[in-house]
Design a protein around this ligand. Structure first.
Ligand code: SAM
Ligand code: SF4
Length: 328
């Protein structure tokens, strides 16, 4: 491996999130607006362009990839991208984040292509609140998708729920209980200012409140023994070994341990979810420049990474892109 991707705060970057589309079959209120102009297909990186970038980044220490979107299962032939990525020397971990609406049909082909890690987003078990949060129907389809993934061979499926006060905070207990019964690892996420709607701090249901709700309504939790300080989730265990994670991006930012970079579906490199600047990787990939030139732009982008997102300060500036066009 050549010199690693280390920024000016000493953070080593090994984790790349790749968005494959900005389209989505839901319209989650915390993520995107109802009306959107999506990128033209020609604007999207091809699978070959994505895998070339990953081949360039892997020798610099990128070994963990997560495919995301928008809704990644809307991108045609996604298993082919998984095959390309798992074959890149140095890549040891390829995961996917999906709303699972299309997972029933795609779980097996994705597993067969080499995908092993799956995160599914599901914020409630109540059909009316599902519609309120996602502006669409689809709860039953999502649940069928998760079951199909379990049948296809995915183990330790993580189910992500964004919790908004006054909307689905009542779902923390039921989701945790349901997940515990089915062997899913539930991960509760604090609501961040990255969606289309004006963010209100009052709507953040904080990590300690999530923890209290689970302990009150489900069972006591203890910190997990293999707690990974580099991982964004604070991991907890039930006494029988079941796990719950809490991603406290607002009340307990993990910026000082951040190891992530993001490549948007239109080929822009972002060194932070909340970054205001991007590097146009697509332009470089489509020009005649050699790999070394791209390595240098990648290094510059990592070196320029700021200390943290500043959500909790008056200096915070919300990026123009909303989550669906960045890749969560
Ligand atoms: N469509 C896929 C899905 O929903 O799983 C993948 C893309 S989605 C943008 C990735 C993750 O970002 C989801 O788990 C979603 O809940 C999370 N997310 C979106 N907007 C968020 C927000 N404002 N605060 C916290 N998490 C958010
Ligand atoms: Fe779509 Fe995922 Fe955003 Fe919901 S969170 S609108 S499923 S991209």
């Amino acid at each position: 491996m050549t010199a690693a991707l280390i920024d000016s705060f000493g953070r080593m970057h090994n984790n790349l999130r790749i968005s494959v589309t900005d389209r989505c079959n839901l319209r989650c209120v915390y993520c995107m607006p109802e009306e959107v102009t999506f990128f033209d297909r020609r604007e999207l990186l091809t699978f070959e362009e994505i895998s070339r970038f990953v081949r360039i980044a892997a020798p610099l220490g990128i070994d963990k990839i997560r495919i995301t979107g928008g809704e990644p299962l809307l991108r045609r032939e996604l298993p082919r991208l998984v095959e390309l990525l798992v074959a890149v020397p140095g890549i040891r971990d390829v995961g996917l984040t999906t709303n699972a609406l299309l997972l029933e049909a795609q779980a097996k082909p994705l597993f067969d292509a080499g995908l092993r890690r799956l995160n599914v987003s599901l914020d409630t078990l109540d059909p009316a609140r599902f519609r309120q949060l996602t502006r669409r129907d689809g709860l039953e389809q999502t649940l069928r998708g998760i079951e199909a993934a379990q049948r296809a061979g995915f183990t330790r499926i993580k189910v992500n729920a964004v919790i908004m006060r006054g909307i689905n905070d009542v779902d923390v207990g039921p989701l945790a209980r349901h997940a515990r019964q089915r062997g899913w690892e539930m991960r509760f996420i604090e609501y961040m200012p990255i969606g289309a709607e004006a963010w209100e701090r009052e709507k953040v249901f904080f990590a300690h409140e999530i923890l209290e709700a689970i302990e009150r309504e489900v069972a006591p939790l203890a910190p997990a023994e293999d707690y990974d300080p580099r991982a964004p989730a604070m991991d907890f265990c039930y006494s029988d070994g079941g796990r719950v994670g809490i991603i406290a991006s607002v009340s307990r930012p993990f910026c000082h341990r951040c190891n992530r970079l993001r490549l948007t579906c239109d080929g822009k490199l972002r060194n932070c979810l909340f970054a205001l600047d991007e590097v146009d990787i697509k332009d470089l990939l489509r020009s005649n420049c050699d790999d070394q030139w791209i390595v240098e732009r990648l290094r510059e982008n990592v070196a320029a990474k700021w200390e943290g997102h500043e959500i909790n300060t008056a200096r915070f500036v919300k990026p123009l892109r909303t989550m669906h066009a960045i890749g969560g």
